[in-house]
Design a protein around this ligand. Structure first.
Ligand code: TYD
Length: 210
């Protein structure tokens, strides 16, 4: 991505359920658009017609943990081919609510998937390709769970998991961030939304708009 034709940038948001990504994604997209950039906002699992069908299965249908990991990557394969790569090649910015770091955190960290199997899938589906910037929203699971409960929406298969599951997911995100410190920024999500928003603005400005 060293092309000088103003190539697109790929930014992802991560964190345990209830960490507060959604409103910050909207704010970041608005910020980028205010700078005249063309932004494609998407999510995983999902982002394509097929991916949304797989999402429905993943969030509601009981399955083996390896089936779950493979379906996450199947949806991602489609997402990359049909949406992410074409957008980036056209110079658009892509902002995704979750990507491969979520599979590391939830399936490897949370469920105990063999890390070598995860790495094989990652390497198969997107060898040498990663987001340019990943923002991990870090929050204590008990606070996040209270936020999820307060939405009143019926919890999905992941949201029904217990606190120790989310402790493992959180730890796996932090471990992944330590492995890729240039790419992954950990955001303390226990602060007022306005403060978090200002931090995201500062990160993006420093990286791309100085
Ligand atoms: P998300 O869209 O954040 O949920 P919601 O719309 O309820 O806020 O993500 C859906 C769930 O999928 C979330 O609990 C995390 C899980 N997930 C994985 O377990 N592995 C993955 O690779 C991805 C992308 C998501």
């Amino acid at each position: 991505m060293t092309d000088t034709r103003a190539p697109g940038r790929f930014i992802t948001f991560e964190g345990i359920d209830g960490a507060g990504k959604s409103s910050q994604i909207a704010a970041l997209v608005a910020l980028l658009e205010s700078r005249g950039l063309s932004v494609d906002q998407t999510r995983e699992p999902g982002g394509t017609a097929l991916g949304e069908k797989l999402r429905d299965l993943l969030l509601h249908e009981p399955m083996h943990l390896e089936t779950e990991a493979m379906l996450m990557f199947a949806a991602r394969r489609e997402h990359l081919a049909a949406r992410i790569k074409p957008a980036l090649e056209a110079g658009r910015w892509v902002v995704s609510d979750r990507f491969t770091d979520a599979t590391y955190a939830y399936q490897v960290g949370g469920r105990g998937l063999d890390a070598a199997k995860f790495a094989a899938l990652e390497n198969w589906v997107h060898p040498g390709f990663q987001p340019e910037l990943t923002l991990v929203f870090d929050l204590a699971p008990e606070i996040a769970a209270a936020r999820v409960a307060s939405t009143g929406v019926n919890p999905d298969r992941f949201e029904r998991e217990q606190r120790d599951f989310f402790e493992r997911v959180r730890a796996a995100y932090l471990e992944r961030a330590r492995m890729a410190p240039e790419r992954i920024r950990v955001i303390a999500a226990d602060r007022p939304p306005q403060q978090i928003r200002a931090e995201l603005e500062a990160i993006v400005t420093e990286r791309w708009f100085r």
